[in-house]
Design a protein around this ligand. Structure first.
Ligand code: S3P
Length: 411
């Protein structure tokens, strides 16, 4: 798998903030991370690929300078939201926007807590374009309104430049890559029991980073191996951060035979290792709403696993899916129904009576990389040919998705 998307965004951002040269090995080649790189480049950071492309050097400048145009975050919510936090304490004004999908997504959830710290941010009826006018920030005690690593990370980025202590109280623990990366860059952040505390201002030091493979990109291949008879799949060097591989536990609960072996050492910032999968029969389960935050990116592909499982697979408490790159509840229900699955749309999730034989159909990606991949895997398990419209959107996170799939699947 190519490098993890969430960690790559953060590596680019922190590499641009820290003074000196940061070496990044195994960065994600996806379009979302290119958006982050392009925005940071416009503000004076320099990225140089080494021959072979495996290593990027980020020439941080300590302080970023005003871009001479608005920042285009493309399809990437992580880019826009994390940059809001980064730019809130800058000494200039910036406008951030994105493509049609990103410009529909809610941004007040990030703007509101940042304003408590003194930030000057205007959204357009709650959405992009977002105008951030740099201001002097002070620490604050904040409770994000959604279980979101993007909100938490935007606050932590602002807190690094703010005067005093910032505390984030999370209702559900979310992915902790920002906290781990601040420490990799020599910063100090305390986390305990869903409470993250950080003192500002702090200066970061350039470092060397090696980014493990993306477990969210691995998920479609894992589900493919589970639903296609007699499959065996080994993926090396994948991120095994517990916040990111909860979907493996859920698949195991459904009866999947999946083993993981940690191969990273204890001095590495993130845990990584090998995932081994054997084709297995699956049974439906009811997902607990408290699990949703940890599998938010894998719910589309878990829906596919549910469609191929025996019994009922139900997800509730997942209203966040409606404000992702597409309305992922509606997109999956539409796509799987077109293939003959017995799936019902719920306001905050979906319910599937698994085991129906799926047949090939023409389905839409809705411009959403995770939907394009999930429906392609459903198509592999279906009888007959399918067409996934707009499937090229896989390039947002995994440009080689179809090549990798062809390498592993024998007709
Ligand atoms: C991400 C956090 C999640 C996730 C997104 C990446 C991150 O979003 O869905 O793909 O890198 O912090 P939320 O924070 O909105 O849940």
């Amino acid at each position: 798998m190519p490098g993890d998307k969430s960690i790559t965004h953060r590596a680019f951002i922190f590499g641009s903030l820290a003074e000196g040269v940061t070496t990044i090995e195994g960065a994600s080649p996806g379009g979302d991370c290119s958006s982050t790189k392009a925005c940071l480049s416009l503000m004076g950071a320099r990225f140089e690929p080494e021959p072979g492309g495996a290593v990027i050097r980020a020439h941080g400048v300590g302080t970023l300078r005003p871009p001479n145009a608005g920042l285009d975050c493309g399809n990437s919510g992580t880019t826009l939201r994390l940059l809001m936090g980064l730019l809130a304490g800058s000494h200039f004004a910036t406008e951030l926007s994105g493509d049609e999908s990103l410009n529909r997504r809610p941004m007040e959830r990030v703007a509101r807590p940042l304003r408590v710290m003194g930030a000057r941010i205007e959204t357009t009826s709650g959405r992009p374009p977002v105008r951030v006018t740099g201001a002097r920030l002070r620490g604050a005690s904040l409770t994000p309104e959604a279980a979101s690593a993007q909100i938490k990370s935007a606050i932590l980025l602002a807190a690094l430049g703010a005067e005093g202590t910032t505390t984030v109280h999370e209702s559900v623990a979310t992915r902790d890559h920002t906290e781990r990366m601040i420490r990799s860059f020599g910063g100090v952040v305390h986390s305990e029991d869903r409470e993250i505390r950080i003192e500002g201002p702090q200066k970061l030091k350039a470092t060397r980073l090696s980014i493990p493979g993306d477990p969210s990109s691995a998920a479609p291949f894992i589900v493919a191996a589970l639903i296609l008879p007699d499959s065996e799949l080994v993926i090396e060097g994948v991120l095994l951060n517990p916040h990111r591989v909860r979907y493996l536990d859920i698949l195991r609960e459904m009866g999947a035979k999946i083993e993981t072996q940690v191969t990273s050492t204890s001095d590495e910032a993130e845990i990584s290792g090998r995932i081994v999968v054997h084709g297995s029969g699956l049974r439906g389960i009811e997902l607990s709403p408290s699990d949703v935050a940890a599998v938010v990116d894998e719910l589309p592909i878990l829906a596919v696993a549910g469609a191929f499982a025996q019994g009922r697979f139900e997800v509730r408490g997942a209203q966040e899916l409606r404000v992702k790159e597409s309305d992922r509840i509606a997109s999956m229900v539409e796509g799987l129904q077109a293939m003959g699955a017995d799936i019902q749309e719920l306001e905050d999730g979906f319910s599937i009576r698994g085991g129906a034989s799926l047949f090939g159909a023409t389905v839409g990606s809705h411009g959403d990389h995770r939907i394009a991949m999930a429906l392609s895997i459903a198509a592999l398990g279906a009888t007959g040919d399918s067409e996934v419209l707009g499937a090229e959107v896989v390039s947002i996170s995994l440009p080689r998705f179809f090549e990798e799939l062809e390498r592993g699947v024998r007709p």
